[in-house]
Each structure stands twice: as structure tokens, then as C-alpha cells.
Design a protein. Structure first.
Length: 116
């Protein structure tokens, strides 16, 4: 965003030095870099989301099978529901802990790309 606002303020200078083609090329490279980083962040988030959902499904199926196969009276239904809800909440929060790390790498690569 900062590059766009500086470009708007510097339109007169860009035209005065006949650097329009160079500016357009540079601007397109920056847009491509930003879009690439955004794409990788979204792909990583989807990857984590699929794994977390698979773990949730596996936990619920395992708990349901356990409840069906255990003889009656061994475990109370209330404790089963509490355990299932807590494990699901834990898996969701564990998956969401990785999202800020992915955003950190996107920002890091965004600022480091002009130096590369």
C-alpha cells in the first residue's frame, strides 16, 4: 500500500523522467511478489485446516466407537461428551496457533524480497 501511495504522489516525476515503462514493470513485479506470498499463506492455512479437520474426525469416530464397544455402565455419557468437546476445542486451538507464524513469514518475505 505504501508503494501505491508513493506512486500516486510521484506521477509527475515518473512522467517527467519518461520512466513510465520502468515504473509499470517494477509495479507488476511487486504485485506478483505480493500475490505469490499471499497464495502461499492461504495454501499453508488450508493445509493446516485439512489436517486439523481430519484429526477432529478421527477423534470423534474413535470416541464414538469406544462408546459403542464399551459395556454399559463403564463410562457415563456426560463425561464422554465433555472429553469429546474438550479434545475438539484443543485441536482447533492447536491449528489456529500456526496461523500467526504463517503471517509472520509472509511479512518477512515481503520485506526481504527487495534485498534478494
Amino acid at each position: 500500500m505504501n508503494y501505491a501511495s508513493e506512486s500516486i504522489l510521484g506521477v509527475v516525476t515518473i512522467r517527467a523522467f519518461a520512466a513510465t515503462e520502468r515504473f509499470i514493470h517494477s509495479n507488476m513485479e511487486l504485485i506478483d511478489t505480493d500475490a505469490t506470498l499471499f497464495f502461499h499463506t492461504i495454501a499453508a492455512q488450508e493445509w493446516v485446516l485439512i489436517r486439523v479437520e481430519a484429526l477432529q474426525s478421527l477423534t470423534i469416530i474413535t470416541a464414538a466407537l469406544f462408546l459403542v464397544l464399551v459395556p454399559p455402565g463403564v463410562i457415563s455419557p456426560g463425561s464422554y461428551i465433555t472429553i469429546t468437546i474438550r479434545s475438539r476445542f484443543y485441536m482447533v486451538s492447536l491449528g489456529l496457533l500456526n496461523v500467526p507464524n504463517m503471517n509472520f513469514f509472509q511479512v518477512l518475505l515481503d520485506f526481504a524480497s527487495p534485498m534478494l
